[in-house]
Design a protein around this ligand. Sequence first.
Ligand code: ATP
Length: 926
Amino acid sequence: MKPTRAPQTPGKKIPSRNNSKEKMVIKDPVEVFCRIRPVSVTDDGYIKVIDERTVQLATPDSSIGNKGTYKEIQYTFSRVFAEESEQKEVFDRVSLPLVENFLKGQNNLLFTYGVTGSGKTFTMTGTPKDPGILPRCLDVIFNSISGCQARKFTFIPDGMNGFDVQSDDAAREQEIKAGVADRTNRTRMDFPKTPRKRMAQWETASRMTENTRVSISDEDFVYSVFVTYVEIYNNSVYDLLDERADGLTKLKIVREGANRIMYVNGVQEVEVSSANEAFEVFCRGMKRKTIAQTNLNAESSRSHAIFSIRLVKAPYDSNGEEVLQNKESISVSQLSLVDLAGSERANRSQAKGQNLCEAGNINNSLLTLRKCFEMLRENQMNAGNGAPKMVPFRDSRLTYLFKSFFDGEGKVRMIVCVNPNPDDYEETLHVMKFAEMSQEVQVKRCLPTPRRPDVNFTPGRRRANQIFKEAAKRIEESGATQGESIPFDLNLVYSLGIPIDNTPLTDPNNEELIRSVMMVLESRVAKRRCLQQQFKSQIDQVRSSVVALEKDNISLKQENSSLRATIDQERSGRSLLEQKLVQSESQLVSIRLNLQGEREEKARLISRLEDLEMKLNQRKADTERTKLRMQEKLVNEKDKLERDMKTRFLAEQSNLKLENDLKEEKLRRVRHIVDNLDKNTPCRPTGRMTRLAAAKSEAELSSTSSNARSAATPNPKRGPAVSNQRHRRSRSAGGNERWLDHRPQTQSSKFLELQTIFQPNMPKRKSVSKLTDPKDVTDPATSKYCLTTQEQDSDGGLETKLYKGDVHPTVGGGAQVVLTDVEVLKQTSPTNPNVSPSRKRSANGNGKENGRLLPDELLSIVDPISCKCKDNTKLPRPSVTCLWLFDPLSEVESIFSRGDSQINDGHSAACYVISFNGQLIFCVLG
Ligand SMILES: Nc1ncnc2c1ncn2[C@@H]1O[C@H](COP(=O)(O)OP(=O)(O)OP(=O)(O)O)[C@@H](O)[C@H]1O
């Protein structure tokens, strides 16, 4: 028989089969059938049957809205069953050939596939009035083997997917025992846990039976039927026929048998002797099957249900008396009917919690099924181009259980169920695509077993034995033999016809005799001819099977040698790979060692770095501390130095004063001498002169002793009285500081004289009348600020105020001015008669009010020696510009005034009017 090709979608390539190795193995494609479920909605059916093999899917209006485009896609299958198709039609076309194969001793797999609610369970099980594939299969099987069935318990499952055979007597004994046990058990089993609508109908209504019968050639065999029913739920296999309540014991594992057939280990295999009994067992399992109510199906299968029927057969012995007691002579075939759970999208089924988890597992296992098909097809297309890729059968229990079918241990057929409901359109597209692709998968054909254990036995011996026994029984009943046993005579099977009459063949002219001999001979000739024909046909059969065997043998030998070559190649490849692995491992070890070394080195470096960082931090802290100490020391030294300088300065000043006093005294005495020259009276030093001289010697003494004290032991608590640095008015104190000289142009100051003889000492300056540009202040070169304002009072006197301050840069990049000093310069109008040089002095005449200086008299310290008149003009007399020299520490107070410009020629101060204790003294310094 030639393999039938899978129908191909136009444009799709048929896998190349030029490979010589491929030619040797006969392969059959997976046959796929499509069944369309009838729906009540008729307005927008998106499925149209084009012919009996083609179906067309057109995008429904609802999906156009979502996806945009309208398209029509055609799919071709082995056969398309339209909505109105009957269960019988589907069975005859799809399942009957599988049943025939099954009865001939081959394995078969049929599964229904599709979206949830598309009619898979209906197609597989049907209803009592319109049974589906499964009950019909059972009917046909038992119709066909009726009369050849073995006594129950003739075959006993060995627990490893095989069977043992036992004698008729042993089987009878066990049957009696089991009958008793079965009756006790039955009462317990017949109550379903959950009444279900689908099951209820089977229990109440009588089932319509299928009458088809397939003729079996092996009449000298006995048959037994065993069924198993398992479900794959959440990727675990459960035995649906296990009566025990414990869920764990129902959990089974999938194993590979010695004959490479996959099976569920430890599953309950129930022997059935009729279709009804078998269906009853199926119903029992159905009650335990996991179903649930979803949005899309009131009784939706949540598991893949696998009902397997196994046909066990063995030949009769040579006398047709009893089953041959040899395990080797047993042959087993299997028909697996699989009702797959439907694929579903959670958003459509609204599945939640456990249902959602179930849906996930269902979709995963179906995805694995698809992947296996895809990989099988890819391997077939790339056959001969390298080693085939591994098919992921093990990824799911479902595919693992059916692995042997795809490995060539049986025939595979699939029914794709589709629901024309437009809501199913998207999912149906995926299903159709997969189904069409599946047809390209080719499965190795399972050849009928060439081994005939009964090859030496007489055909028809069983029936002959039966007839003989019946005849012998009747004879015994009639009392003819009287207890004598009649031995079975196998020659009866080969009798050439009626025996020749006992009349002696003596008279050749006896017409009657000749006619009777002629009749016998004719019958014998006819019988012989018949036997010869039978013999010839048997010889032909044997020859053809020998030829087939020889062919198989040759092809197997070739396959064997090519497999050996492949194995050798793989072995050498493997040894190469092993070598590489060893090398890689040694490299890995050395890399690991290196890595370890690097890690240790890194740890060492890190710890060293940490040490160094610690030391660095310590050193920084030390440096910081030293810096602070040094700064402190510097400040102290500076203070000390300033104090010393101040003391010296004051000492020098008082010396000078005393010298001046002395000179004045001398001058007075000279005058006095001159005045008294005429009078010729001796001149005595005045008391004042004495006092001055005493003061000088005292000042000198104190200066010397102070210097000596400071040189010997510095007294940090109380040094000599020095002027506050902040109030230092010396021009030399200016240094290199740059001043921002701010002289606002107010309305009044425009007309006032600013060029007084006493000018602030600002060697470097930038003069502005308005502070509009912030850069003037923020300029890093500017460190001092001076604001000059002027006011004129009603007497015509001028008051000039100099607000001095330090410019400090701020963090934000600006600058702030801290005013540290105010200098007030007063000029009195010479025309004002009320003004006297001591006007600004305090009431007690020493510049103090109750011993304190008046604030407006805190004037800047200006070195009188460097006082210059800028334009060298002559100052009007008695114009007196007074400066109050104020030292807050020593509280020494003086008035320096610019005297006669003729005496003071402008380059140095030569003449001073000194107010000392309210007296004005002219001093002329050399
Ligand atoms: N060909 C058909 N004729 C009449 N009724 C059908 C047909 N196919 C399906 N149905 C009905 O549709 C409903 C759903 O069918 P069924 O339970 O067989 O779907 P399913 O594919 O097995 O769903 P799930 O995967 O969820 O188990 C049932 O009520 C069934 O009777």
